[in-house]
Design a binder for this molecule. Structure first.
Ligand code: PLP
Length: 409
């Protein structure tokens, strides 16, 4: 018999979203006629703008012709797409050859962990997107699990709570090789300011750490003063890798297209270019993003595509505002919903899973328990604004009824 990979055995009871699915299934078995509304998993619901879908259809049809057929493309992505990302997302601040097109930021997170290896120490925001910790555990970045603190040694949790304005208290942090930082943040909705990101870049420089900046939600930023990229901070190219994704930007969660930026200025201790190793990892583990998806990405970055993206993201941000205003009117303390389509709501005197179960029972709404994103998420629920308008209106009316009833108890 083959021995199980012990690192996998160390993963906490499954990934958060499968656990939610399990509870949802159990609820539906008991209440088969319940019409659940999901504001849980952050999956997009609105159709892909037609000019982007049409471009993919044309590419797909061309594949059926001798002239239009193409096989494997470059592992780094088609140069015209890398160029378009360089120009449209980074206004030329990052050159096309620093950009690597991929099949998703989640996959890039996994491959980055392979790049730095199981011996690397990492720091993550607490709460944070679970993939940073889980990929680290799978890589064996940690050997000991501490049940009381629910933490692994080798992984530093940086509490990000209302008390520190969702920005880690850097002076209390130990040095780690990697720092994962997501802004605008999933799940808290917090978007770091220019000053905060400057401090983070300085901190990474002083410690010789690599900052992995997850900008998957940058396209939702509405505040003109909120940085959209870590490269808006001077000198960040010497310490930071950035991840970008088409998933939420163009409804590509199922199409799969993303990118990473690994600047040439970023070097290992021995002077070797990180970009060279990243190129090696990508050429070894990956054979390039789908050529159909890449043609959609290119269409999205043309002027009409950018206009369509703005409309799509504005739609979700309107949902976010509606949800936020409803909770606030009921007296709840709410974060996020300004530069991100996530609402982070505090449920006093309840654990996150208790609040989750309560809303499932009373209003048939699926949310995401904050504690599933890390210990500092306890007592919060995350609501996703990725939903169609009818569901948001119905969810708001159900939540109003459910939470009013609770107030009167
Ligand atoms: N990073 C964050 C913070 C996310 O929330 C998500 C998806 O929800 C991802 C990365 C993964 O994005 P992709 O669909 O590109 O794999």
């Amino acid at each position: 018999m083959v021995k199980r990979n012990l690192h996998l055995a160390k993963l906490q009871s499954g990934y958060l979203f499968p656990e939610i699915t399990k509870r949802k299934k159990a609820f539906l078995e008991k209440n088969p006629s319940a019409e659940l509304i999901s504001l849980g998993i952050g999956d997009t619901t609105q159709p892909i703008p037609s000019l982007i879908a049409n471009s993919m259809a044309i590419t797909a049809e061309a594949l059926a012709t001798p002239d239009g057929y193409s096989g494997y493309g470059p592992e780094q992505g088609h140069f015209n797409l890398r160029q378009a990302i360089s120009e449209q997302v980074y206004q030329g601040k990052r050159p096309a050859d620093d950009i690597f097109v991929s099949d998703g930021s989640k996959c890039d997170i996994g491959r980055l962990q392979i790049l730095f290896g199981g011996q690397a120490s990492i720091a993550v925001q607490d709460p944070s997107y679970p993939a940073y910790v889980d990929t680290g555990v799978i890589m064996g970045q940690t050997s000991t699990y501490h049940p009381l603190s629910k933490q692994y040694s080798g992984i530093t949790y940086m509490p990000c709570t209302p008390e520190n304005s969702f920005f880690p208290s850097l002076e209390k942090l130990p040095r780690t090789d990697l720092i994962f930082f997501c802004s605008p943040n999933n799940p808290t909705g917090a978007a770091a300011t220019y000053e905060q990101l400057s401090q983070l870049v300085d901190f990474a420089k002083q410690n010789g750490s690599v900052l992995i900046f997850d900008a998957a939600y940058a396209c939702f930023i509405r505040n003109p003063n909120t940085p959209r990229s870590i490269y808006e901070i001077e000198g960040a190219e010497e310490v930071a890798i950035e991840l970008g994704s088409f998933s939420k930007m163009t409804g590509f969660t199922g199409v799969r297209l993303a990118w990473s930026v690994v600047p040439k200025e970023l070097r290992f201790e021995d002077g070797h270019l990180v970009q060279n190793d990243w190129n090696r990892i990508n050429s070894t583990f990956f054979n390039g993003a789908s050529n159909i998806a890449q043609s959609g990405g290119l269409a999205a970055l043309r002027p009409e595509g950018l206009k369509a993206i703005k409309e799509l993201t504005t739609f979700y941000m309107e949902n976010a505002t509606m949800l936020k205003e409803m909770f606030e009117a009921l007296g709840y303390i709410v974060y996020g919903g300004v530069d991100t389509p996530y609402i982070w709501v505090h449920f006093p005197n309840q654990s996150s899973w208790e609040a989750f179960e309560m809303l499932l029972e009373k209003s048939h709404i699926i949310s995401t328990p904050g504690s599933g994103f890390g210990p500092a998420g306890e007592g919060f629920l995350r609501f996703s604004a990725f939903a169609n308008r009818a569901n948001i209106i119905e969810a708001i009316s159900r939540l109003r009824r459910a939470l009013h009833k609770l107030d009167r108890v």
